[in-house]
Design a protein around this ligand. Structure first.
Ligand code: C5P
Length: 215
């Protein structure tokens, strides 16, 4: 495989996109881009600037002025590693509103395309709109889904939070991400839908690898 090879992995929160994407990337020796981490880092910059998320003009100005990067699973904001702090509740509770601003999306989509291009156009890219908007010509499009209760169980296990509040937080973010006007979470044309509710992580990874091997 010497040519461009992009695998798009989309789906809602807590479905296991990151772990699956990372493992598939390792298997095929591809780069891995977690676009959710970029939206989170942009949101962190907005919070640190003290800009209220309702003030779209100032949010856009902040996002326009930042430098984001990702390598070896670490996300940097203006050169500093922010991989941990972007998982804080403050960021998690604000990110969907920031990500719903069309100009913010345009800036980050452009950044994502440049990043993949700079990595020889060979990557597993995970997010919400990768197969539908960012890379509609991806070699393979995967849409992972799972029952909301199961997603909350997985997320609560990772984060050490309680099931009820995790489920409510996931549902709130799902509703926001699915109903926004620009690039809502949706199954892209041509995407292979995998319901992971009753599958182990290894089974999901194997399914994606099998699909990618057919491309
Ligand atoms: O994937 P993760 O849960 O970290 O993403 C955080 C948030 O970033 C999502 O809830 C969504 O609002 C936004 N996002 C997005 N488009 C993407 C990736 C993430 O709008 N491609």
């Amino acid at each position: 495989m010497d040519d461009a090879f992009v695998i798009a992995v989309d789906g809602p929160s807590g479905v296991g996109k990151s772990t699956v994407s990372r493992r598939v990337a390792r298997h095929f020796e591809l780069q891995h881009l977690d676009t959710g981490a970029l939206y989170r880092a942009a949101t962190l910059a907005v919070l640190e600037a003290g800009v209220p998320r309702e003030d779209a003009a100032r949010v856009i100005e902040v996002v326009r002025g930042i430098e984001l990067d990702q390598s070896d699973g670490l996300t940097t904001l203006n050169g500093s590693d922010v991989s941990r702090v972007i998982r804080s509740d403050a960021v998690t509770n604000t990110v969907s509103e920031v990500a719903a601003i069309p100009e913010v999306r345009a800036i980050l989509v452009d950044m994502q395309r440049c990043w993949v291009h700079a990595h020889d156009d060979r990557a597993v890219v995970e997010g919400r709109d990768i197969g539908s908007v960012v890379f509609p010509e991806a070699s393979l499009k995967i849409y992972l889904t799972a029952d909301p209760d199961e997603r909350a169980r997985r997320r609560a296990g990772e984060a050490g939070t309680d099931h009820g509040s995790t489920r409510r937080a996931i549902e709130r973010r799902d509703a926001y991400d699915s109903n926004r006007a620009v690039s809502p979470l949706t199954v892209a044309d041509g995407a292979i839908v995998i319901d992971t509710t009753h599958l182990t992580l290894a089974e999901v990874v194997d399914l994606v690898i099998a699909e990618a091997s057919l491309v």
